[in-house]
Every structure is written in structure tokens, then in C-alpha cells.
Write a new protein. Structure first.
Length: 192
């Protein structure tokens, strides 16, 4: 697994799932063109660019480039890195038909290829084996997820961490694991 400082921006949940298998960092999905209507998420991505830098990794089709350019507009160039996947014809396993342009997206790339793209773009990373990550069970134990009043407690945690209220539980978990240790998390939970 590669641990990187920057947050990685992808189009959809399957891209995020694919990258979560090889990256230890915060991965944010745009929900495709949904980013055009979600100003809160766009502002969050801009904040991440200022705080830690971002890497944009969208599909290499027309839509992917539109989304990439939309996000990059208004962000300093030195705070963005771009990784481009190669044009490979094919169809993702979960789909019945190939995409409109017939190209594989991020989710269709092999782990080996994706790792090589990060290496080729000189992304600073370290190889790790995460031995004690914050898990969904930890969120349950902290009454942040899956319990009565968990919505209220999650909301208080998001405010305490200065995170947007739209953040899903999975994105929160990803953020926590890329930003702190389990011990840090336990201490923060005591404050809510």
C-alpha cells in the first residue's frame, strides 16, 4: 500500500474502491458531473488543495477531462498534480456494455498499472502495511455510526474537525485514517 500526503480526487465510488486497495490517503469522489452542483464539495476539495495538495485521477474520456478541468480551475497549479490513465479499450467487469468511448476507466486499470502511474509522476509516497487502522467498528464503538444519536455525534465530530457536513461515513473513515492515529481518534471522540 502507498501512503501519500495529497488527497486523491476521482469520479465515482468504484474508482474510490479500486484506489482504496492500493492507497493510504483521503480519496474524494466527485459523483461524476454532480460536482457541478455541489459547491460545498468543490470548496472542500479547494481547501484540501491548500492544506495538503490534491491529485486528480479521472477517466481519460471526454467527461473525465471536463470534470478534471472544472476542479482545477481556480486552484493554484502548484497545489495540483495530474495523473492520466492510458487509453485502453475494453469494458469494466461490472458493466454490461463498454463506455460510450469504449475505454476503460480508473476502476478498470490493474493495481500494478495504477502504482506505476504514481511512481512515474514522482508522487512522494512510502510503502506501508497499516497495522492498526481506524475501522467502522471504531466508529460504532464511538457512537458515530450505527447507533441511536449517531447522526448528532457524527455531526459534532465533523464540526470539531472542521469538515463539511456532507461527508459520508466512509469518506470520514478515510479522512481519519489519513490524518491521525487510532489513539488520536480516541482522544478526539472524548471531546464530543
Amino acid at each position: 500500500m502507498l501512503k501519500i500526503k495529497e488527497a486523491v480526487i476521482v469520479e465515482g465510488k468504484y474508482d474510490k474502491i479500486k484506489l482504496a486497495n492500493i492507497l493510504d490517503t483521503l480519496i474524494i469522489e466527485t459523483n461524476g458531473f454532480g460536482i457541478y452542483k455541489d459547491k460545498e464539495k468543490l470548496n472542500f476539495i479547494r481547501r484540501l488543495a491548500d492544506e495538503r495538495g490534491i491529485i486528480i485521477l479521472t477517466d481519460s474520456d471526454h467527461s473525465g477531462f471536463q470534470i478534471r478541468n472544472y476542479i482545477a480551475a481556480g486552484i493554484d497549479r502548484d497545489k495540483i498534480k495530474h495523473i492520466y490513465i492510458p487509453d485502453i479499450k475494453g469494458k469494466e467487469k461490472r458493466k454490461e456494455h463498454p463506455s460510450k468511448e469504449g475505454k476503460l476507466g480508473v476502476e478498470g486499470m490493474s493495481d500494478t498499472l495504477l502504482v506505476s502511474l504514481f511512481e512515474r509522476e514522482n508522487i512522494n509516497f512510502s510503502r506501508i502495511e497499516k497495522d492498526n487502522p481506524i475501522t467502522n467498528y471504531d466508529l460504532f464503538e464511538a457512537k458515530i455510526s450505527g447507533t441511536p444519536n449517531s447522526k448528532e455525534r457524527k455531526s459534532r465530530l465533523l464540526k470539531l474537525l472542521d469538515l463539511p457536513e456532507f461527508l459520508s461515513t466512509n469518506s470520514l473513515l478515510s479522512y481519519l485514517n489519513s490524518s491521525m492515529t487510532k489513539d488520536d481518534f480516541i482522544e478526539i471522540v472524548k471531546k464530543i
